[in-house]
Design a protein around this ligand. Structure first.
Ligand SMILES: [Zn+2]
Ligand SMILES: [Zn+2]
Length: 380
């Protein structure tokens, strides 16, 4: 088998254009399952060919502990994809969640990766019972428990909850799952009432949620291991909550946008805007990446600031981004480019200070990158 063909190495713009040309309606969906998988490498190669022939694009993690998939495929092939999944015992009947807001361009290529874990959670699985998970709740029940005063906890990272969250939820400041769960355990421990020998006397109802439900599987088991007995989790995550709310005409207790890990970056759940532009401070929830490729940091950026800073996070990045491509390439030599989209500005005040300082230096010296003069002489 030609392993090289199992990879798709093309420029994003080319891939985007190809999807435009294709002109077929696509559906974005996600699913996961904790299930014992064997011969993971073989399985990867087989399903790559199978799914590629169905026009599937997306990001899939396979490991001995299961599968975690976010994909987009021609809507016409949904039924065949279902059949393909069901034909394998490990994936039989796996429930999938369909995105509510979809322009068909959520993924540009198909990437199936073999990993140690299907979620990089940083937890030692043998230290607690990962199968002792919380109660799965549907949207209506979740809403009702919120009404009854349950304590709701967001299990996502800070950059995800920045643009949307459940009303009144505890929002961890951490930017990793491991950091978030430690923070949550600490917060809950402070609120727990215990009897003289340290046993909890009242078990507060704790509700967890995340994007698609997968992180809550581990988080709820971990919390139960830490003595919190009354733990519920939003089944199917925010993605499926949005679908159920729509289908049943329920009120959405989730406000704003749902951060997603594909080209869309976010899908709108309600019209509420819960965040501010990190550059000018006005109410806004447009999330984007700094277009300077060695930076690529996530930020909330309003349209006016996107124009002012050429879609970049700072004057320094803007200066590089606006240079001719060959000068940029020469400048990038030896610098690492960030391929992940999972680092965000977490100090907007600091960013605004930096922008002010940089604009001053720029006005004074005409550049923020004195090293460029050599490069421009050489290539430009
Ligand atoms: Zn702005
Ligand atoms: Zn930047």
């Amino acid at each position: 088998m030609d392993l090289h063909r199992l990879r798709n190495l093309h420029h994003p713009d080319l891939l985007r254009a190809r999807i435009e040309r294709e002109g077929v309606e696509r559906t974005t969906l996600s699913f996961y399952r904790y299930v014992r998988l064997t011969d993971v490498e073989d399985l990867r190669n087989t399903i790559y060919q199978e799914w590629e022939s169905l026009g599937v694009l997306g990001r899939i993690y396979l490991s001995q502990e299961g599968i975690n998939a976010q994909v987009s495929l021609p809507t016409a092939n949904l039924e065949n994809f279902r059949t393909a999944l069901d034909s394998r015992q490990a994936f039989q009947g796996v429930p999938w969640k369909i995105a509510v807001e979809d322009d068909g361009k959520s993924f540009l290529k198909l990437a199936i990766k073999v990993k140690k874990k299907i979620v990089a959670d940083g937890l030692a699985d043998d230290a607690f019972d990962v199968t002792n998970v919380g109660t799965h709740l549907d949207a209506a029940t979740f809403n009702q428990k919120l009404e009854e005063g349950a304590l709701v906890v967001d299990m996502r990272n800070n950059y995800e909850s920045a643009i949307g969250y459940f009303d009144g939820a505890y929002l961890p400041k951490a930017d990793t799952f491991r950091g978030a769960i430690d923070e949550v355990v600490e917060m809950l421990a402070e609120r727990r009432s215990v009897d003289p020998v340290g046993r909890p006397i009242a078990a507060p109802q704790i509700l967890l949620y995340c994007t698609g439900g997968i992180r809550c599987e581990k988080a709820s088991a971990y919390l139960k291991h830490h003595g919190f007995s009354n733990v519920g989790q939003l089944h199917g995550g925010i993605i499926d909550y949005a679908r159920q709310i729509k289908a049943q005409g329920l009120e959405s207790r989730y406000k704003g946008q749902n951060f997603v890990f594909d080209e869309r970056l976010a899908e709108r759940i309600t019209d509420d805007v819960v965040s501010t532009c990190m550059q000018c401070g006005t109410k806004n929830d447009r999330i984007s990446n700094c277009q300077e490729v060695t930076c690529n940091i996530l930020l909330v950026q309003c349209e006016a600031c996107a124009e002012r800073y050429a879609e970049c996070c700072s004057p320094s990045c803007r200066e590089i981004h606006l240079l001719p491509e060959e000068v940029q390439r020469a400048w990038r030599k030896g610098r690492s480019t960030r391929s992940t989209k999972t680092k965000a500005i977490n100090d907007p005040e600091g960013l605004r200070r930096r922008i002010r300082e940089e604009e001053e230096v720029l006005a004074l010296n005409g550049t923020l990158h004195p090293e460029l003069s050599n490069i421009i002489q050489r290539v430009g």
